[in-house]
Write a new protein. Structure first.
Length: 134
């Protein structure tokens, strides 16, 4: 099962090469990861910066070891990039995709296995957890 969280809603702003992450959203992301044991794959525009995990940690993300990969960059749709990452890494299990553009993901995945949210709040965090842990 895959879960998508729109990282535009985690990012408030970025200044030069240092990203500013909304602490409230990081707290919710921590809750999801802690309670679900799911891993994270970063597919957002942030993946181009090798320090993205350090920025998350600097803002309070507690599980850097659970970030298991970054999807490849390229001219393909995000859905293709995510499928390529899954294929190249032969990954099975639950994981969360952090992405800032989910508009072109639907054609590439079974909608029953994907739960997209735009904006992370307490309600969505609880919905994600229900899907991940039952």
């Amino acid at each position: 099962r895959k879960r998508f969280i729109n990282s535009k809603d985690i990012l408030d702003n970025f200044i030069s090469r240092t990203f500013y992450f909304d602490i409230e959203k990081i707290i919710l992301l921590n809750k999801i990861v802690r309670e679900s044991d799911a891993n994270i794959v970063i597919s957002s525009s942030l993946r181009v910066d090798e320090n993205v995990v350090k920025y998350l940690v600097a803002r309070g993300f507690l599980f850097p070891d659970r970030v298991i990969g970054l999807t490849p960059c390229g001219d393909d749709h995000r859905g293709v990039q995510i499928k390529d990452w899954i294929g190249e890494n032969d990954f099975k299990g639950d994981f969360i995709i952090l992405d800032d553009d989910t508009s072109d993901i639907d054609p590439y995945f079974n909608r029953r296995k994907v739960f997209k949210v735009k904006g992370l709040n307490e309600h969505y965090a609880n919905s994600i957890l229900r899907r991940l842990v039952g």
